[in-house]
Design a protein around this ligand. Structure first.
Ligand SMILES: Cc1ncc(COP(=O)(O)O)c(C=O)c1O
Length: 367
């Protein structure tokens, strides 16, 4: 009797956000830690979403299985994204859907291209299924992604899958429509699967338009409501893809993967007034982010350019820097797991929280 051989070679993906065990060891109550390590909308969830979840907290909802077809939720997504319900598959956060996509797209030995540094879950899910991960990486963390270098890698390796994150985590860089068109042109017969993770779509001032380059049944888009709607604890994401892809993914997805409260929250979150709030609150966050980058620059940190409300900041030793700030109740993301041991990722929050970060850094420098 033995475990699956793949499991012996894999460790869990490293993430930002609260590590409850670590906080307990440090004697820090989680609610007292300012978390700038997760990219999230600090103004959410919207009161209408909270009210919808509270209204659903009744025995009739909790005691019954949720709608396994997510009908109301898919209708709300279809209306918000101007598509049809047969092109939508909700899941228990984008993370579940990344693994589901890997299950659908990764044959043992198949090749998958990833533009590093990027979200660690893609490589993990691909390797788990026996796929080969090919990484492209800019010459230095300061360099912007180079669309031509990635297009050249597509032409050279002819991968079975290309996994892109737009805007990217951890860099905050957003691909333009022209860059994405250039990338897709590197696969003229459109033989590869193109997975575009848009979990941070609305964190950019002007999300990349989808027309033109986004056509074709080999393009799969992934979205999440856990960040822009601040529903990370509830878990909700969805795939947008051709109906044939959705049908295949559904067949492999665990039934009832989206719980009743997440479905209710998602419907409320996708109504027009809440969508307008999402835009306004993230616009406001973007202004505060610019203010924070200026403060960090004054403190002589190299703040890398970003199109979003989170960015990479150069420090000498990311692990030590994170640890020293955490001991003061402020958390940033050590980017060593992205291959960047001298960078932290900082996600701007409300001004008073950003000021706590600045104060913690000043204290650190005087200690
Ligand atoms: C690029 C990217 N995609 C997906 C996810 C996972 O999102 P979810 O909370 O919906 O599982 C994350 C979380 O950090 C992420 O950074």
């Amino acid at each position: 009797m033995r475990l699956h051989s793949k499991l012996a070679t894999l460790s869990p993906v490293v993430h930002g956000a609260r590590d409850y065990g670590e906080l307990a060891r440090l004697g820090l109550p989680p609610t007292e830690v300012i978390d700038l390590s997760a990219n999230s909308n600090p103004y959410g969830p919207h009161p209408a979403v909270l009210a919808a979840v509270q209204a659903a907290l009744d025995p009739a909802t909790l005691a019954h299985y949720p709608d396994r077809d997510c009908l109301a939720l898919r209708a709300a997504i279809a209306a918000a994204d101007q598509t049809t319900m047969d092109r939508i598959l909700p899941g228990n956060g984008a993370t579940e859907l990344i693994h589901l996509l890997a299950l659908a797209l990764v044959e043992p030995g198949s090749r998958h291209l990833i533009a590093a540094p990027t979200f660690g879950q893609y490589g993990h899910a691909i390797r788990l299924l026996g796929g080969e991960v090919i990484e492209t990486r800019p010459a230095s963390p300061e360099s912007r992604f180079d669309a031509e270098a990635i297009a050249a890698a597509v032409r050279r390796w002819q991968p079975d899958g290309i996994w892109l994150c737009n805007p990217n985590n951890p860099t905050g860089q957003q691909w333009s429509a022209a860059e994405l068109a250039h990338l897709r042109a590197a696969d003229p017969a459109q033989q590869a699967w193109w997975v575009l993770d848009e979990s941070y779509r609305y964190f950019a001032a002007a999300p990349t338009p989808l027309a033109g380059w986004a056509e074709g049944d080999n393009l799969i888009i992934l979205r999440s409501l856990t960040k822009d709607q601040a529903l990370a604890g509830l878990r909700l994401g969805y795939v947008l893809a051709a109906p044939t892809v959705i049908t295949a993914l559904r067949a492999a997805q665990p039934t009832w993967s989206v719980n009743a409260l997440a479905q209710v929250a998602g419907v409320a979150a996708l109504q027009e007034p809440v969508l307008a709030w999402r835009q306004q609150s993230l616009d406001c966050l973007r202004r505060h982010a610019v203010g924070l980058w200026a403060r960090l620059t004054e403190l002589r940190y190299a703040v890398l350019p970003t199109d979003t409300t989170y960015t990479l900041v150069a420090v000498e030793n990311a692990a030590a820097f994170r640890q020293q700030l955490l001991s003061q109740g402020v958390q940033v993301r050590d980017c060593a797991s992205f291959g960047l041991p001298q960078h932290v990722r900082i996600a701007a929050r409300r001004p008073e929280e950003n000021e706590r970060l600045v104060a913690a850094i000043v204290t650190l420098r005087h200690s």
